[in-house]
Design a protein around this ligand. Structure first.
Ligand code: ADE
Length: 421
């Protein structure tokens, strides 16, 4: 216990947190298989991993997988509002994992927690949003040469890292876990779909049936939210800037229009774009009075909360994660989770069953970085297809689902060109 460092809310929450970790673990069979193999083979022996992730029960199971592989791990939060304090407590008290995360921490504390993780001199870093890598490159340049590589969980982080690569600023190899099919096709779509609806409902207790719900952005996350909202009876409108995604949304059966039009009729708008000021002052001014606005993108930049604050006459908190703004115009606007990702702040994030796939990728990314030590360039890599497919196979097997394989004749046919009509 002596070498364990921490800054957490309350160590006495450990029993409660442990039960959550156990339940989530029970729903993460692929990660459990990896954990058992790691325990035997110790592929991460002697490696220190610094992780900046949402501190949830699912993340705790990833941390336990990494430590079973022989790694020493230090963990901080990747968002000030997503930490589950009881989980942080269990990690420290029951598992001796150094953890720096308090739900509701201010920005200064958030960054001091990142610094605390970097003080462990990690050889591998793990990010959800690229804040740790960004800090390493901007303030801890001397530590960069100690780093073998880093893995990145989310679309926003991958975008930042690709921008660094393009600018020649990237000084370490990156594995873009988000680019694995077993990550974005499942976590971003089904995970964000379900957990964002969960967050909206927990914050407001509204009935979705019959409501006009606008989804800004039709990437994998937006698709998931639109699909699930439709399933609950909402009239879903999609807004997009990409003509192909807009066309897909139309053919998936959604109305597509400009956000400036949608704002006038929306009961609920949820942003899932990864971009800034999607709900800006113009859109806020157009909102129907009583509209609920929420964000499920990584950073709290999609809604211009600064404008909302300036435009308000009064504000009050009605429920956890639900603030009523009465604007000088007389409009009422309801903001969820201060514009931070509603699925993690107001609910529990993606369910364990889907984080099983994402975190299997994360664990195997660490192993891959170590196996390829000295061979990797300072660029953004995707895990080999073989690993992606193994994760899918293991998940299917764990779920008791069998599927077909090609016959020899079919394999030959697919590789041939002579046979036609
Ligand atoms: N990102 C989205 N959902 C998550 C969860 N449950 N745990 C960790 N990271 C997440």
């Amino acid at each position: 216990m002596n070498s364990v460092k921490s800054d957490i809310k309350d160590i006495n929450l450990a029993d409660f947190g442990q039960k959550k970790i156990d339940w989530a673990g029970h729903l993460m069979p692929v990660l459990n298989l990896i954990r058992r193999r790691f325990a035997k083979e110790k592929p991460l022996e002697g490696i220190t991993i610094g992780a900046c992730l949402h501190v949830t029960a699912e993340t705790a199971n990833l941390m336990l997988t990494l430590t079973s592989g022989g790694a020493k791990v230090a963990l901080c939060a990747s968002n000030p509002l997503s930490t589950k304090n009881e989980v942080a407590s269990a990690l420290v008290k029951n598992h001796e994992i150094s953890t720096f995360a308090i739900c509701g921490e201010d920005n200064k504390t958030y960054y001091s927690h990142l610094q605390s993780v970097l003080d462990f001199h990690p050889q591998i870093t793990m990010d959800d949003g690229a804040d740790l890598v960004s800090l390493l490159h901007q303030e801890k340049k001397d530590r960069l040469r100690e780093v073998l590589g880093s893995s990145e969980e989310t679309t926003t982080g991958v975008n930042r890292l690709k921008a660094m690569e393009k600018n020649g600023a990237l000084k370490i190899p990156i594995v873009a876990v988000n680019e694995s099919d077993t990550k974005h096709l499942f976590d971003n779509r089904y995970g964000t779909g379900q957990s964002s609806i969960d967050g909206i409902i927990r914050a407001t207790n509204i009935l979705l049936a019959g409501k006009t719900l606008v989804v800004a952005g039709y990437g994998w996350c937006g698709r998931g939210v639109a699909m699930r909202a439709k399933g609950m009876g909402a009239n879903v409108i999609v807004t997009e800037v990409n003509p192909i995604a807009a066309l897909e949304a139309v053919m998936d059966g959604f109305r597509v229009m400009k956000i400036s039009q949608a704002a006038k009729i929306a009961d609920i708008i949820i942003t899932a774009t990864g971009n800034k000021h999607v709900i800006d002052s113009n859109i806020i001014d157009k909102l129907k009075s009583g509209a609920i606005i929420a964000n499920t993108g990584h950073f709290d930049v999609e809604i211009d909360v600064v404008y909302l604050e300036k435009a308000k006459k009064a504000k009050r908190t009605l429920r956890d994660n639900l603030e009523e703004y009465i604007l000088k115009t007389g409009q009422k606007v309801y903001l969820l989770s201060s514009g931070r990702l509603v699925n993690l702040a107001a609910a529990e994030g993606h369910p364990p069953d889907v984080m099983d796939l994402s975190f299997a990728n994360q664990a195997l990314a660490c192993e891959w970085i170590i196996k390829n030590k000295g061979k990797l360039k300072n660029k953004v890599y995707v895990l080999p297809k073989r690993i992606d497919q193994t994760i899918a196979r293991l998940k299917l097997r764990a779920t008791g689902i069998s599927f077909d394989s090609l016959t020899k004749g079919q394999r030959q046919y697919l590789g041939s060109w002579q046979e036609g009509t």
